[in-house]
Design a binder for this molecule. Structure first.
Ligand code: PLP
Length: 338
């Protein structure tokens, strides 16, 4: 086992021993290769560099009390990468290849999977890039698929503590019929200015509204948004947000808790009516939201006035991490043990 300061790990890059690579050439994927280099060499005219032909994923592995390593819902990440590949014309990575690369990357870096009970986990980052050279705008003929890992702590430094976020009316992360539902780098590049502005004003992240009309809530930076009221879990449906696997899991856990679930457009005017609101994602897990500030309209929506996460968010969080770490039965078949 590595000797890192597991309890104080940030959400950042830590060098591990190996990464896994596979090349697509002449219309077919090659064999998986193991690399100990943190670098890749590629053609200067690779389509990922010029035309944004790149996709990535993010998932996690957890060490249980029994010492075993569990990978959470990797098939859903494989499917989402498949959908992204369709969206921006990348070569598709077959599910078996995706799984084999993810499992190998975790196994080869097993001693970087943080110990049980530290709140840290092993973040897994699959990456798919157009590596073939083109000078006109067209899909590459060659691709590199790789998986690297990094032990991480909570995404928001507050951990499971409520954060304040800011509505962004002057920036969108994606166009109404653009690449919002795909996990492509361009969406994140588009989010950097608003994120920097949010940080400058003391907020953890940005709350995006729908890019067409600015009437509905979209998502919270790199995480989906949910609200709780009247024993109901409510989360936006939108063509410009990433379909979050954590959100899908929380919807199921809400049903398991006897709550109803609504996935539908969430008008901004509905914000004051929520009892609890939160952001959810692989990195954010559940991050309760304390305040949503709308600076242009000079409005503050205030939740959890006592500064503590709401009871429903707390239960959902506990249930989710219990399944991920193997403390609760995996009744929905979300976990694969290495
Ligand atoms: C823009 C965006 N929304 C939502 C999410 C949450 O998705 P997931 O729960 O699958 O990690 C992420 C993180 O992957 C994201 O980058």
């Amino acid at each position: 086992m590595e000797t890192l300061d597991w309890k104080n790990l940030p959400f950042g890059y830590v060098k591990t021993d190996y990464n896994i690579r596979c090349y697509y050439r002449n219309g077919a994927w090659g064999r998986l290769e193991i690399s100990s280099s943190e670098y890749i060499t590629m053609h200067m005219a690779a389509t990922c560099l010029h035309y944004g032909q790149e996709a990535f994923e993010g998932l996690k592995a957890f060490r249980g009390k029994d010492g075993r390593i569990r990978i959470f819902r990797w098939r859903d990440n494989a499917k989402r990468m498949h959908d992204t590949a369709t969206g921006i014309k990348l070569a598709h990575v077959p599910e078996e290849l995706f799984g084999e690369a993810v499992f190998s990357a975790v196994k080869m870096n097993e001693h970087f999977v943080p110990p049980y009970g530290t709140g840290a986990s092993l973040y897994i980052r699959p990456l798919l890039i157009g590596s073939g050279a083109e000078i006109g705008v067209k899909p590459a003929k060659e691709y590199l698929f790789m998986v690297f890992v990094s032990p991480v702590g909570p995404y928001f430094k507050e951990g499971f503590r409520p954060v304040d976020i800011m509505i962004s009316r002057n920036f969108d992360r994606a166009a109404p019929l653009g690449t919002g539902p795909y996990k492509v780098g361009g969406n994140y590049a588009a989010s950097l200015s608003s994120l920097e502005m949010a940080h400058k004003h003391g907020f953890s992240t940005t709350l995006y509204l729908d890019p067409k009309e600015k009437k509905y809530v979209d998502e919270a930076g790199p995480a989906n948004f949910f609200g709780i009221k009247n024993n109901c879990y409510i989360t936006p449906s939108s063509k410009s947000i990433l379909p979050s696997i954590t959100n899908m899991s929380l919807q199921q856990l809400s049903r398991d808790m006897g709550m109803s679930v609504e996935q539908r457009p969430v008008p901004v005017e509905e914000l004051p009516s929520f009892e609890e609101v939160g952001a959810c994602g692989t990195a954010a897990v559940i991050t309760p939201i304390r305040k949503i500030v709308d600076p242009e309209y000079n409005i503050i929506y205030d939740y959890c006035k006592d500064g503590n996460p709401g009871p429903v968010s707390a239960s959902l969080y506990q249930r989710l991490i219990a399944i991920q770490c193997g403390d609760a039965p995996d009744v929905h078949n979300w976990v694969d043990i290495i």
